[in-house]
Design a protein around this ligand. Structure first.
Ligand code: ADP
Ligand code: MG
Length: 399
């Protein structure tokens, strides 16, 4: 049950045909978005894709060049920032150093002459489990605790909509993971609408009910985390949200429930209902953990795709799993994630292997092959793995 102390109910947010042009630069291009009341919505994308601009538009800190913003069904496009039922939590939480934690949280209430500011501030601090530290100063708290105070300071205003702009960005990884689950619990408890912006794909997937992947001012794909992960529709989504093995080729036949794509002479089958395009040159893909590695050629089986033989180029052991990079002549490097079922890796560098997967696990993208993955990797994200793959590709091509 949602705790209605902090809001009558979350309100839904609707962006209709939003454009935002800065002098000489279009940051948002025709953005349409509906976020249902009470949901935890994540806007995920690399640096510079327009996430903060979107939040600033919703908060009323920027005016859209075109389009409308509705909160709880009410058009707030021309409503001043402080009159919108919205609060924002930033990465730099900027608490007042000379005030106690309690006074920091009560500050906004006092300014707006709300009754019983201290009682309400204590309630908000209890929610973030920091009431016992109410009389401390911010610098006597850890980074994670300070961020929770910032959250209490936003929630105490009972906004219908809480905007979070990379609020965990300044925390170290472990604390970040812990705060992610706390934030999610708090959102469940208060029932507010959360619009959370991040460039961390794991953060978006673990916390949000709905994730919208943003690229260059546009939403490329939106849906439940599992849905986006299992069926990416564009190369950008396939690589920004986790990793993917992508292949390009021509559709040679289309029969029954699947299309057959010729990738450098190898026939790969993809289910029609998982492929965005059914004719011509296409890009298809499969996730690394869906691949099976064998040291002998698998017997041709209906419903299974096989690539190989190839050679193991790299083995990186990460504890719970091992990532293998397999060079397949004519096709390039293929990445395989294997769970560690035995002690250590099962094959070693230089070994001859085949990879195979269930046809049902493949997907086909909307992208024209020549427009395939071309985006500036964000150094802060898991794009490091993609980077390694690129280096490898260069190596193979040079050899
Ligand atoms: N006031 C501004 N004037 C000009 N360009 C801006 C302004 N604010 C943001 N931008 C540009 O808009 C793009 C999106 O920025 P931003 O929304 O901050 O991205 P993100 O939060 O996704 O990293 C960036 O290229 C940025 O340089
Ligand atoms: Mg930003």
């Amino acid at each position: 049950m949602a705790d209605r102390t902090f809001a009558e109910a979350g309100a839904d947010l609707e962006l209709v045909g939003i454009h935002k042009r800065f002098p000489g630069f279009t940051a948002i291009e025709d953005l349409d978005l509906v976020i249902p009341a009470g949901s935890f919505f994540a806007l995920l994308g690399p640096s510079g894709c327009g996430k903060t601009t979107t939040l600033r538009l919703v908060a009323g800190l920027e005016q859209p060049t075109a389009g409308r913003i509705l909160i709880g069904g009410k058009d707030v496009t021309n409503v001043k920032s402080f009159k919108r039922p919205v609060n924002t939590v930033f990465q730099s939480y900027a608490l007042f150093p000379h005030m106690t934690v309690l006074e920091n949280v009560a500050f906004g209430l006092r300014r707006r002459r709300i009754d019983n500011p201290l009682v309400k501030a204590h309630e908000a601090l209890r929610l973030v489990e920091l009431d016992h530290l109410a009389s401390r100063r911010p610098q006597q708290l850890s980074g994670g605790q300070q961020q929770r105070v910032a959250l209490a300071r936003a929630i105490v205003n009972r906004p219908a909509l809480l905007l979070l702009d990379e609020p965990l960005g300044a925390l170290d990884l472990k604390l970040r993971r812990q705060m992610q689950s706390e934030l999610k619990t708090i959102q469940d408890e208060v029932g507010l609408t959360f619009l959370h912006v991040t460039h961390d794909q794991e953060e978006a997937m673990t916390m949000a009910d709905t994730v919208a992947v943003m690229n260059k001012g546009e939403i490329e794909q939106m849906g439940a985390p599992e849905e986006l992960y299992e069926l990416p529709k564009t190369a950008f989504v396939a690589n920004f949200l986790g990793q993917s093995n992508l292949f390009t080729g021509k559709v040679t036949s289309s029969s029954g429930n699947s299309i057959v794509v010729d990738v450098a002479g190898v026939k790969i089958e993809v289910p029609k209902d998982r492929a965005q395009r059914h004719t011509g040159d296409v890009t298809i893909g499969v996730r690394p953990e869906k691949l099976m590695l064998t040291t002998e050629a698998p017997k041709p089986t209906p419903g299974r795709n096989v690539l190989g033989p190839g050679r193991v180029m790299d083995v990186s052991f990460s504890g719970v799993s091992t990532q293998y990079l397999i060079a397949i002549p004519g096709i390039g490097p293929v990445s395989v994630f294997a769970q560690n079922m035995v002690f250590g890796p099962v094959v070693h560098e230089g070994a001859e292997v085949w990879v195979s997967w269930t046809v049902d696990h493949g997907f086909g993208l909307v992208d024209e092959p020549e427009a395939a993955p071309r985006f500036a990797p964000d150094a802060d994200t898991a794009a490091i793995a993609t980077q390694t793959r690129k280096d490898l590709l260069t190596e193979i091509e040079e050899a």
